[in-house]
Design a protein around this ligand. Structure first.
Ligand code: F6P
Ligand code: MG
Length: 446
């Protein structure tokens, strides 16, 4: 069994995450609850906030001080899975945060915060990251307008054609919109702790323009073949972030449905506030509502009303669906998407078997696809996704690289990037090129 990335590994982004990012991220949740509380009238909800904040700060303190991890005591479906990981073998003692794997610890933090809120009386279901997600979305208004305008044009052009749109034209637009979905992932809020929004935007634009150098594993041709193999069918998107990224996913969804490349699109959001910016079911109506609201987006009204109107239409007639599963917010790798998979992996397997293409968005989904293992760079994607590779589910990972794990590279390419990075950034770890969303992968397996 290959090792996973560990929190005490100074060469890994895990180390930076534990020591710099996580205490800040938890602080952001606490801060949101303080803001929300300050706007509440006196009453039981306001009174309860203090206890929530105290419990969340205890999680923050535990991480910041690198204390032994508190096991989960609430009676929740994934309790045993986490506690197996938290306790030392045959002991009542638990490991410290620095002594465990990166991915499991990161998932556990978000789970712990949510358990605090779910165990309350008046705050259940509250999303302490919603304010940040929505405020950031409004700030991307010029990119939102540009994409709405572009898609409206594509739609009108295709509709005005007397004969059917040629496969070549469909392929070109598929490529363009997939790129938009891919680079829409470069701006998740959890990374803003170490990189500014402006830096990320600049990266996003310049990297998209340099597809050849920045997409390190690019299976677009196979993806196109798969999408175009039959008319209609179902496409699934295992969502990542709300805000601008979700908006790009929705525009791609419209294209798939309008063009007939898919007959149905199923979106899979998370069921608890996750990695700050991830989509929750309530984000979809919120984002569509914001698109229709001139006070959020005053420009390009005609194009935005067109986009929002089409989304409503597809939601109403059942061609666009949201489907939730607690599986997506466990810490288990996606190798568990198989007939006997644990924690709901079996149900996801049965569901995704009906899909023509299952698109896994973003960094965290990629880490789970590959188990966050220390795979050599040139490991084939098919090898790294283990059991999932033989399920028959057509898997596409669309991910900007913001963590250590990466596979599917040509032999020597990763080592060359390490060398170049070290030459240009002598104080950094050589692998730090992989942490900032500058590179991406479009990796496919069927
Ligand atoms: O690795 C950096 C990180 O911010 C992790 O916290 C998390 O795995 C992920 O990236 C979030 O990125 P995305 O929203 O693309 O999954
Ligand atoms: Mg995310």
């Amino acid at each position: 069994m290959l090792p996973v990335y560990q929190n005490d590994d100074k060469k890994s982004f895990a180390y930076v995450s534990l020591h710099k990012r996580w205490p800040v991220l938890i602080g952001q949740a606490v801060n949101d609850i303080r803001i929300e509380t300050s706007q509440l009238p006196d009453g039981p909800k306001k009174d309860e906030a203090e206890s929530i904040i105290t419990q969340m700060e205890a999680v923050q303190n535990s991480v910041a001080q690198n204390l032994p991890i508190e096991p989960i005591t609430a009676d929740v479906y994934d309790k045993d899975e986490y506690n197996k990981f938290v306790f030392k073998p045959n002991s009542t003692e638990t490991y410290k945060w620095s002594e465990r794997g990166w991915l499991d610890c990161e998932c556990l933090i978000y789970r712990k915060l949510q358990i605090v809120v779910e165990s309350s009386k008046h705050w259940r279901g509250y999303d302490y990251f919603a304010r940040m997600k929505n405020d950031t979305f409004v700030k991307s208004s010029s990119a939102v307008s540009t994409l709405a305008n572009r898609y409206h044009k594509i739609y009108n052009e295709f509709k005005s054609k007397e004969s059917e749109v040629s496969p070549e034209a469909l392929k070109i637009v598929t490529h363009e919109l997939l790129q938009t979905c891919l680079w829409g992932n470069a701006t998740d809020l959890s990374l803003l702790v170490t990189v500014s929004m402006e830096e990320l935007r600049a990266l996003q634009v310049s990297a998209a323009a340099r597809e050849k150098e920045s997409v390190l594993d690019n299976d677009f041709e196979d993806v196109w073949k798969q999408l175009n193999s039959e008319k209609g069918g179902r496409v699934d998107i295992i969502l990542d972030n709300s805000g601008f990224e979700l908006y790009t996913d929705l525009v791609f969804t419209l294209f798939l449905l309008d063009s007939g490349l898919a007959e149905q699109v199923v979106l899979h959001p998370k069921t608890l506030p996750w990695m700050i910016s991830d989509v929750l079911p309530t984000d979809l109506p919120t984002i569509i509502g914001m698109l229709t609201d001139p006070s959020s987006f005053p420009d390009s009204r005609e194009d935005l009303d067109f986009i929002a109107g089409k989304l409503h239409q597809y939601l109403n007639d059942g061609q666009l669906l949201l489907r939730t599963s607690p599986f997506w917010v466990t810490s288990v790798p996606y190798w568990e998407i198989k007939p006997n998979g644990i924690l709901g992996g079996d149900a996801i397997y049965r569901d995704l078997r009906c899909s023509k293409l299952a698109i896994f968005k973003g960094d965290l989904n990629y880490r789970k696809l590959t188990g966050d293992c220390v795979w050599p760079y040139d490991t084939p994607f098919r090898t790294a996704i283990k059991d999932l590779a033989t399920t028959g589910i057509p898997v596409l990972a669309l991910r900007t690289v913001k963590a250590d794990v990466i596979v599917g590279l040509e032999p020597g390419r990763g080592e060359q990037l390490d060398k170049e990075w070290k030459e240009n950034h002598p104080d950094d770890e050589p692998h730090a090129w992989a942490w900032g969303g500058k590179y991406a992968v479009v990796s496919f397996n069927k």
